[in-house]
Design a binder for this molecule. Structure first.
Ligand code: MG
Length: 356
């Protein structure tokens, strides 16, 4: 394994990072384009012989790169030198506040630091992160499995990959939305989460489609309109028979006041909101605003997915399939049963690092 930088922190703690290029099993087609890889960074924060793992998954539309993340980790490593207290939820929140202030943006890079700190905290305590955060694993909702936009023939070929999951997530937002759903319905009667990925533009057509989608067994609609077109989202939310969930319109906790009245719920992703510390606060704030909560992901390794899974039992909808969509996961796959990720009792995030 090749480390491109190492920083000594205090006498013992060190942060290291390693660029990864996640290979997607299938080209990922969205309303906004197509890609075959996702840039990713693996982060390690070590102290007293224990190592916490973190990850930055950086899809191109958020603008983070290997270079920007590496520059941010250099800053973060220096900042971490000033912390001497044992890790706890409070100290991690304090640390992440400081890390957040180092530079604007860099949300996925910040998430990697947060995730690694949580994994390290759990390992120091000998307890899983979900236990430290008072999460009940038996409340885990089923996760959806995403099928990207594709021809009916390819969609048919991909469907068996979703066999372990109870819910399909289907990317819509093209002129063929009804055809895509009809194709899925030819081969599967599983419930569907529909994600328009900002692809709809006409309100009335969107409303008609929403009613039709409900008849087809769709359970929710994610991000129907452009992220800044909150008026259209609010219009649809006021009329839709299905929950309308903000994804691209909701990045961080600070966005909540802007979108709360325009959607039925928000999709929280660690890579958008800088990690678990802010995600837990965002879930609380969303509940306070009577919003539904979805927890989602990018194409990620088991590191990011397992981190999000630690708090998924606090959410209504779970879309944590990223590590099932890539070929080169450096960690063992999460356990899944009955369509649900099974949180294990191992310390930290419960990751199994593959030896190469
Ligand atoms: Mg989405």
């Amino acid at each position: 394994m090749c480390f491109i930088a190492k920083k000594r922190i205090n006498s013992q703690m060190q942060l290291s990072f390693e660029p990864l290029l996640l290979e997607l099993k299938h080209p990922f087609r969205l309303a906004t384009g197509m890609r075959t890889h996702t840039n990713d960074m693996l982060v390690r924060i070590s102290l007293n012989g224990l190592t916490g793992y973190g990850e930055s998954a950086m899809p191109p539309y958020y603008g983070e790169t290997h270079q920007s993340a590496a520059a941010f980790f250099e800053l973060a490593a220096r900042q971490l030198q000033s912390y001497h207290q044992p890790l706890s939820a409070t100290t991690i929140a304090t640390i992440m506040q400081e890390i957040d202030g180092l530079a604007p943006g860099n949300n996925a890079a910040k998430a990697a630091v947060d995730i690694a700190l949580h994994d390290l905290w759990g390992k120091m305590q000998g307890r899983p992160v979900w236990s430290l955060l008072n999460v009940a694993p038996e409340n885990m909702p089923p996760s959806s499995f995403t099928l990207g936009m594709d021809t009916p023939e390819v969609l048919r070929q991909k469907l068996p990959e979703s066999d372990g999951f109870q819910i399909l997530k289907i990317k819509l937002g093209s002129d063929d939305d009804r055809a895509i759903i009809r194709t899925i319905r030819e081969v599967s009667d599983k419930p569907i989460y529909a994600d328009a990925n900002q692809g709809w533009t006409d309100r009335e057509a969107a409303l008609d489609l929403t009613y039709w989608l409900q008849e087809q067994g769709v359970l929710l609609i994610e991000q129907p309109f452009h992220k800044n077109d909150l008026e259209s989202s609010a219009w649809l939310t006021g009329r839709s028979p299905l929950p309308v969930i903000a994804d691209e319109s909701f990045q961080r906790l600070s966005d909540l006041h802007r979108v709360a009245a325009c959607f039925h719920g928000v999709n929280i992703k660690l890579m958008k909101c800088t990690g678990l510390a802010e995600a837990v606060r965002a879930i609380r704030a969303a509940r306070h605003n009577n919003l539904k909560v979805m927890i989602g992901c990018m194409t990620e390794t088991s590191c990011g997915i397992s981190a999000a899974a630690q708090i998924a039992p606090l959410c209504d909808f779970v879309d944590l399939d990223g590590c099932w969509l890539i070929r080169n996961n450096p960690f063992g796959m999460p356990d899944i049963g009955d369509g649900r990720i099974r949180l294990n009792a191992q310390p930290g995030l419960g990751l199994h690092v593959k030896t190469s």
